[in-house]
Design a protein around this ligand. Structure first.
Ligand code: PBG
Ligand code: ZN
Length: 326
């Protein structure tokens, strides 16, 4: 048999496969999310997310030290509070656990860590919705000033980057203006640009206690039937002053990551969300597949689709077990 083209030649052994590999997972391009609660002294494992915790604000800086020593230096913070009301009062309150933690971390680590925070009201509203309610609807325009107040409070505390994840129209521009007006021209905005209404956020809502108390998020988060709409969102976020754009979730949206990457002049992030993490953990626990293999396949695929940056709950496991080194 004469075959001139034999793609298997380059797959013959590991050393060759490593030589020709087009993509690798790079933990330096990953951001690890954390849930910070206002109460308690001990970390509490999230029921639906094995290996992920709610960490008390008081002890987080101490708890975080071992992660920092492992090499985790880019983080995204979410807050968990008891008091919720219709104005999301806790979002920018001085006792907010995220605000507390930002200043402590920045005092301790300065520019050795990159601190991003999630800007959204759902962790703080009694409705569990990402915006304020007016006439039984999630009201766009009255939500914008609250988001800006929340963002400014985080930036005052020392946040390097804020990530608006609410999906209200015009929020990137509104926050950008507020940052300029308050003398924060260098704050980075990582916009949750193409954030889809997804069932893969289920475990997160358990972790952050942020499930909507009525209805769903489909009147503000994107419809998963649409891709071109993501490009429209991206165009707006860029015009409004976003420094980086994000697609979320990641695995069921690789085509959207790819489409954004093709047209984006700025870095494209992808959020490998809670449900994607939990699926891997549950499959591994059931003995249905190897965890390391699933994690490397998933994250490599997200990079291959075009992501420059990945937010993922797997970072600690990757570094601890050296999964990126093989
Ligand atoms: C807040 C927010 C959510 C996530 C990130 N920011 C939840 C939601 O929109 O319901 C989800 C992250 C994850 O699932 O890991 N709006
Ligand atoms: Zn929200």
């Amino acid at each position: 048999m004469e075959l001139i083209n034999r793609p298997r030649r380059l797959r013959r052994n590991k050393i060759l496969r490593d030589l020709v590999a087009e993509n690798r997972i790079d933990p330096g391009k990953m951001i690890m999310p954390y849930f910070i609660s206002e109460k308690g002294t001990h970390r509490m494992e999230v029921n639906s997310m094995p290996g992920i915790f709610r960490d008390p604000a008081d002890t987080f800086p101490e708890i975080f030290k071992s992660d920092f020593d492992l090499g985790i230096d880019k983080i995204m913070l979410f807050g968990v509070v008891d008091h919720k009301d219709d104005k999301a009062s806790m979002a920018d309150h001085k006792d907010n656990p995220v605000i507390q933690v930002i200043s402590k971390l920045k005092e301790q680590y300065g520019d050795k860590i990159f601190v991003a925070t999630d800007i959204c009201l759902c962790e703080y509203t009694s409705s569990g919705h990402c915006g304020l309610i007016k006439n039984q609807r999630i009201d766009n325009d009255s939500t914008l000033p609250r988001l800006a107040e929340m963002a400014i409070a985080h930036v005052h505390a020392g946040a390097d980057c804020i990530g608006p994840s609410d999906m209200m129209d015009g929020r990137v521009g509104f926050i950008r203006d507020a940052l300029e007006e308050t003398g924060h021209p260098d704050t980075i905005i990582l916009a949750y640009t193409a954030k889809y209404a997804s069932s893969y956020y289920g475990p997160f809502r358990d972790a952050a206690d942020s499930a909507p108390q009525f209805g769903d998020r489909k009147s503000y988060q994107m419809d998963f039937r649409n891709r071109r709409e993501a490009l429209k969102e991206m165009q707006l976020d860029l015009e409004e002053g976003a420094d980086m754009v994000m697609v979320k979730p990641a695995l069921a949206y690789l085509d959207v990551i790819h489409a954004c990457r093709e047209l984006s002049p700025v870095p494209v992030a992808a959020y490998n969300v809670s449900g994607e993490y939990t699926m891997v953990k549950l499959m591994a626990k059931a003995g249905a597949a190897n965890e390391q293999d699933m994690v490397t396949e998933n994250l490599t695929s997200i990079f291959r689709a075009g992501a420059d940056i990945i937010l993922t709950y797997h970072v600690r496991d990757i570094l601890k077990n050296g999964w990126a080194d093989v």
